[in-house]
Design a protein around this ligand. Structure first.
Ligand SMILES: NC(=O)c1ccc[n+]([C@@H]2O[C@H](COP(=O)([O-])OP(=O)(O)OC[C@H]3O[C@@H](n4cnc5c(N)ncnc54)[C@H](O)[C@@H]3O)[C@@H](O)[C@H]2O)c1
Length: 282
């Protein structure tokens, strides 16, 4: 059925009521829910786990391939550790199955594992493929398993961690920018496809966050504005779960940059070239 004539036929007040109803329907309360966070051994993932536990989640599963750090993070946060390489579909399916065995179902899945590697178009194929698998296929594997279940229940939240670089590119890594862009496109698709079944899909696009990933970065990273703590980012994620919003921007300026980019692409490219030149000189 084509819904556009119906929506277009609504009076303004009716549309507001409809929007409010949909908004209400999609809220995800954390208390009593079961959450899985990948890339949870450190950084953003670990802070998200800590916050989910604090918000009263019934069960929180930490998944990572860094098993030593994972065990330590689980002990520190009170979650359940499950070793998982998210680039392997069998591992992702086993992670979800183990969570369901332990807690019944997955209500909130935060597909967060990632890695920054510099490189341009000449970066070796295995680097490109590795980041493609990590920043796109890992989300695809989780969605293949979870989306039908969440859609059938008519509830669930699926959060993809991308990056501001997914919208605004990156001056030192083509594979990172491109694969994070793909993650946004995939999240958009999921939100369109499953949103009406009350599955809440969001994409998290931070700029700099103080984590092991940014610890040893210099150059481009030192030019980026607004380093925040992972705990601040966790607050943005909790707010998004509460409001049902798609776009999670812990750095609100990212929206401004995105608007400027789409308003005048060539101007934006000139600005990015200047930034690149500045970085290469520094
Ligand atoms: N820190 C930032 O400034 C920043 C900015 C934008 C986006 N991000 C994104 O946020 C996410 C978390 O980053 P972070 O800063 O906490 O980095 P981090 O390096 O501290 O944590 C990333 C975690 O992902 C895990 N991981 C990597 N490959 C994996 C795999 N194949 N399977 C399972 N786990 C794997 C690592 O072991 C690590 O624990 C990443 O997707 C990153 O791209 C970070």
């Amino acid at each position: 059925m084509d819904i556009f004539p119906i929506i277009l036929g609504q009076r303004r007040t009716d549309i507001s009521i409809l929007t409010v109803l949909q908004h209400e329907r999609r809220k995800m309360k954390i208390e009593g829910k079961v959450a899985v966070v990948t890339g949870a051994a450190g950084g953003i993932g670990r802070a998200l786990v800590r916050r989910l536990v604090r918000e009263g989640a019934k069960g929180v599963v930490l998944a990572d391939r860094a098993t030593n750090d994972l065990t330590e993070a689980a002990a520190a946060t009170g979650g359940l550790a499950i070793a998982c390489d998210v680039t392997r579909e069998s591992d992702v399916r086993a992670l979800i199955a183990a969570t369901e065995d332990a807690f019944g179902q997955v209500d909130i899945f935060i597909s967060n594992a990632g890695a920054y590697v510099p490189g341009d178009e000449d970066a070796p194929d295995d680097l490109w493929t590795g980041l493609w698998n990590l920043h796109l296929m890992a989300h695809v594997y989780a969605a293949r398993d979870l989306m039908p279940k969440m859609a059938a229940r008519g509830s669930g939240a699926f959060i993809v961690t991308s990056s501001a670089a997914g919208f605004l590119s990156h001056i030192s890594s083509a594979p990172y920018a491109v694969t994070k862009n793909a993650a946004i496109a995939f999240a958009e698709y999921l939100a369109i496809e499953h949103g009406e079944r009350n599955v809440q899909v969001s994409v998290l696009c931070p700029q700099r966050v103080r984590t092991p990933m940014t610890e040893n970065l210099s150059g481009s990273a030192s030019l980026a504005d607004g380093m925040i703590e992972p705990e601040e980012l966790a607050t943005s994620v909790v707010e998004a779960l509460d409001s049902g919003q798609f776009l999670i921007l812990p750095h609100p300026t990212v929206l401004e940059y995105l608007q400027r980019k789409t308003a005048d692409y060539d101007r934006w490219l000139r600005g990015m070239r200047k930034l690149r030149t500045k970085f290469r000189k520094s």
